[in-house]
Ligand binder design. Structure first.
Ligand code: PLP
Length: 371
C-alpha cells in the first residue's frame, strides 16, 4: 500500500501554515463575476500606487534582448551601486529574490531545533513562518501602542535566541521605533544574537527621519539591515531585495542561497531604480498626501486608525474580515489582519487620490450596511 504523500513529508512541514498574500485582482474579479478586472482597486499589498520607477522600466526594455543569458550570479553591478550609495563595502551586501528570500536564508543559516527567535507580536508574520519552517521557537513580545517594545524584546532574549527581528517601520501597524530606544537596544543586545533590522519601507521616510542603522554594520555588529525594491521603488513584481551585514554574515547567506537567485531583469531594473531620485520623491509626496486623505476620511466616518508613517494604515472597523469581504463587492481589495491578532482592523494601502476616494466611499457604504 503506497503512503499518502503527506506521510512521506517531514512531520513539521505538514503542520506549517501557508502565507496568506493580498488577493490578486483577477481572482477577486473571477470570484465575484465582475467582467472588467480593471475596475477593481487593489489596496492590499503595500505596493507603490504610482507604479515602477520610470528609469527601471527603461532599463528593463534594454535588458529584454539579453534574456537568453543567465544573470550575473554575484549581482556585481547592483552591489557596486548599492555600496556607493550606502557607504558600505560590496562584500557587506547580499542581493535576494525579494527581501523575503533573505528572511528565509537567515532562517536556513541560523535557525534549527532548540533555537529561538524574538519578534514583536504584531510584526511582519513571515518571521514566524520562517522560524516554524526551521523548527525554531518564536517568542512573540506584546507591542506597546502598536509599536515594538524594545525593552521587553531585550528581556525576552535567552541563550537559545539566534535572531531578533525588528520591522522598522513595521507592517501591518505602520509604526516606527524611537531612534533612541533602538540605540539603547543595540547597546545592550548580547553578542550571541544577530539583529535583523527589516527596513522594507524605510525610504518612504524623509531622509532626516531615517535611522542610521548602517552604522551598526560599519561597526562590525551582528546585524543585518534588510531593504527591498518592492515598495518605494515600485518593483514588487520583480522580486529584489538586499541585506547589508558583516562580511562573515553575508558570506554565510551566500553559502545557502541558490546560484542565480535574482533574475537579470530584476538586477537591471533595481540598479536603474536606485538612481531614480525623482520617482522616490514623487512616491514620498503621494504617500504623505494619501495618508492625510485617508486620515481625514476615516475621521469623518468616525473610525479610529493607527497613525502611520508609511504607505498603509490600520483602520478600526469592528469585524475586519467581514468588512474586507464586503469591500470586495464594492471592488476594493484590502487586507484583514486577524492573523496578526488584530481582528477589529483592516489594513489599507495608500492609493492614488482617486483610489483613496473610491475606497473611502466604499468603506462608508459598507460600514452603514455592517454597522
Ligand atoms: C516588513 C516587510 N518586510 C519584508 C517584506 C518582503 O518584501 P519583498 O520580499 O517584496 O522584498 C515585506 C512585504 O510586504 C514587508 O512588509
Amino acid at each position: 500500500m503506497s503512503k499518502n504523500i503527506h506521510e512521506l513529508a517531514h512531520p513539521w512541514v505538514r503542520s506549517l501554515t501557508v502565507y496568506e498574500p493580498g488577493r490578486p485582482i483577477e481572482e477577486v474579479a473571477r470570484e465575484l463575476g465582475f467582467a472588467d478586472a480593471e475596475e477593481i482597486i487593489k489596496l492590499a499589498s503595500n505596493e507603490n500606487a504610482i507604479g515602477p520607477a520610470p528609469k527601471a522600466v527603461a532599463a528593463m526594455r534594454r535588458a529584454v534582448r539579453q534574456m537568453h543569458l543567465y544573470p550575473d550570479g554575484g549581482a556585481f553591478y547592483l552591489r557596486r551601486a548599492l555600496a556607493k550609495k550606502l557607504g558600505v563595502e560590496m562584500d557587506q551586501i547580499m542581493v535576494g529574490h525579494g527581501s523575503n528570500e533573505i528572511l528565509a536564508l537567515l532562517g536556513q543559516a541560523f535557525l534549527g531545533p532548540d533555537t529561538e527567535i524574538v519578534m514583536a507580536q504584531g510584526a511582519f508574520i513571515v518571521y514566524r513562518l520562517v522560524a516554524d519552517a526551521f523548527r525554531a521557537r518564536t517568542i512573540a513580545v506584546p507591542m506597546q501602542q502598536f509599536t515594538h517594545d524594545l525593552e521587553a524584546m531585550l528581556a525576552a532574549i535567552t541563550p537559545q535566541t539566534k535572531l531578533v527581528f525588528i520591522a522598522n517601520p513595521n507592517n501591518p501597524t505602520g509604526t516606527v521605533v524611537d531612534n533612541a530606544a533602538l540605540e539603547r537596544f543595540m547597546d545592550q543586545v548580547p553578542p550571541h544574537v544577530a539583529v535583523v533590522l527589516d527596513e522594507a519601507y524605510i525610504e518612504l521616510l524623509p531622509p532626516a527621519r531615517q535611522p542610521d542603522t548602517l552604522r551598526y554594520v560599519r561597526e562590525g555588529r551582528h546585524v543585518f539591515v534588510l531593504r527591498t525594491f518592492s515598495k518605494t521603488y515600485g518593483l514588487a513584481g520583480l522580486r529584489v531585495g538586499y541585506a547589508v551585514g558583516p562580511r562573515a554574515g553575508v558570506e554565510l547567506l551566500n553559502k545557502v542561497r541558490q546560484p542565480f537567485n535574482v533574475n537579470a531583469m530584476a538586477l537591471a531594473a533595481a540598479e536603474a531604480a536606485l538612481a531614480d531620485e525623482a520617482h522616490v520623491a514623487r512616491t514620498r509626496r503621494m504617500v504623505a498626501a494619501g495618508l492625510r486623505q485617508l486620515e481625514r476620511g476615516c475621521a469623518r466616518l468616525g473610525l479610529a486608525f493607527v497613525p502611520s508613517v508609511v504607505n498603509f494604515m490600520l483602520v478600526k472597523v469592528g469585524r475586519g474580515r467581514q468588512v474586507c469581504k464586503a469591500l470586495e463587492r464594492e471592488k476594493v481589495i484590502v487586507r484583514p489582519v486577524d492573523g496578526y491578532g488584530l481582528p477589529e482592523y483592516i489594513r489599507v494601502t495608500v492609493g492614488t487620490r482617486a483610489e483613496n476616494t473610491h475606497f473611502l466611499k466604499a468603506l462608508e457604504k459598507v460600514m452603514k450596511e455592517n454597522g
